[in-house]
Design a protein around this ligand. Sequence first.
Ligand SMILES: *Cc1c(COP(=O)(O)O)cnc(C)c1O
Length: 424
Amino acid sequence: MSQSQNHDENSLNKLDPNWRNDALDLGLDYGMQTIAVRAGQHRTDEGEHSEPIFTTSSYVYRSSADAAAHFDGTKTGNVYSRHTNPSVRTFERRLAALENGERAVATASGMGAILTMCLAYLKAGDHLLAANQLFGSSIGLFNNYMAKFGVEVSYVDCFDNDAWTNAVQPNTKVIYCESPSNPLAQICDIGYLSELCKANDILLVVDNCFATPALQRPLDLGADVVIHSATKYLDGQGRVLGGALVGSDKLMQEAFTVVRSGGISMSPFNAWVFTKGLETLKLRMQAHCQNANQVAEFLVNHPNVSTVHFSGLSDHSAHELATRQHHMKDGYGAIMGFEVKASDSRDTKEAAWHVIDSTQMVSITNNLGDAKTTITHPATTTHFRLTAEARAEAGVKDGLIRLSVGLEDVEDIIKDLARGLDSL
Ligand SMILES: *Cc1c(COP(=O)(O)O)cnc(C)c1O
C-alpha cells in the first residue's frame, strides 16, 4: 500500500499546514502577487513542485462504509469530477484568494457562470435588473431564456446612478453589471450599486472579466458575487474556455449545487491552464494597460476617429470613477471602443470594415483579452443577433470598432490601425 492510501481521510481535500503553500489558504498575510503565484496548491505525497493535472472522472473509496460516508456527508472527499476535482479546486482557491472572496466555483465557460448565477439566485416572478451594456450572449441568455422561465428582465444606463435607483422594483432580486463594460468600456459605480442593493435586499453581481482582480476587486467595493470569463485575461493567451463565480461560502454553495447538478463543470486541464495564467496576470495586465493607454491616445488624436470609448482618457465621463475604483495605477483595462467617421465614399459601417480589413497583424476575431491584439465590428458580429433597438440601447453603432489591445510592441499596433484610418 502506498503511503497516501494509508491516510484515513482523502488528503487532497484537506488543507495541510505542514505543506507550506497551504498556509496561503489559511489566511496568513501575503501580498497579492505571492497569492497569485502560490495560493491554492495542495501538494500530494509525491511532493510535486508544480500543480498537477488530475485527469480522472471518478475516485475510489477504501470500503463500502467509506463510500457511504462520502454520500451521507460525514466525509467531504471527491466523489466525481462533475462535482469536485483537485486541479479545479486549486484554480478556485487561487482565484478566490485574488478576488478576496471566501470561495470560488469554476464553470465550463463564462456563460456557464452567468447561467449558474441565474439558476442559483433567480426564480419565476423575480426581476433581474441589468446594465444596458453587456456581453452579447449575456443579453441573449437574459432575454431569450430567463424570460422563458418567468424572470422579468430590464436594462438601465450603466453609468446613470439615478436610473439604477429608479428602476428597482419590489421583486428585483439581482442587479447585474460589467465594469468596464462590453463593448464601450463604460464604468459602473460599484460602491453606489452596493448601497442600493443592501437597502433593497438585492444581490449585486459584477462581471469582472475586463478588469480582472489585477485592477479591481468588486467584493471589496461591496459586490456580492463576481463573475469571470476565465477564457479572457485569466488565461490571457486564448487557449481554453472557462468561467467562475466568487463570493461568500453561502452564495457559492448555492452556485456549486447548480454546477454539480447541471454539469456546468470546468475541465481539469482548463483549470490547470487558468491556475498558471493567474501567476502572470498582474504583469500581463500592467503591460496590456500601458499599451492600451498609448493606443487610446493615438486614436483620440486621429482626424478620422469621432469618439473613443475608454475610461483611461482624462476627459472620459467615468475617468475619475475608474481611477478611484481600479487599484492599479494607470490601469483602465485594455479594451476600448472607437467610432470611425464616414467618408465621401464610405458610410460608417463601410469605414469601420475598411479600418478592420486594412490591418495586417491585428487579428480579426470576436475574442478578447488575449496577448494578441484583436479587432471586431460588434454591430455585425458579437451584437448582430440583437434587435436593432437592443443594439441602439447598448450603444453599438455601425461605425463602432472594438479593440482588445494585446502585448505586441505598441508601435506595431498603432501602425496597423493607422493603415485603414489614414486611407479612409
Ligand atoms: C467572453 C465574455 C463572457 C462569456 O464568457 P465565455 O467564456 O465566452 O462563455 C462573459 N462576459 C464577458 C464580459 C465576456 O467578455
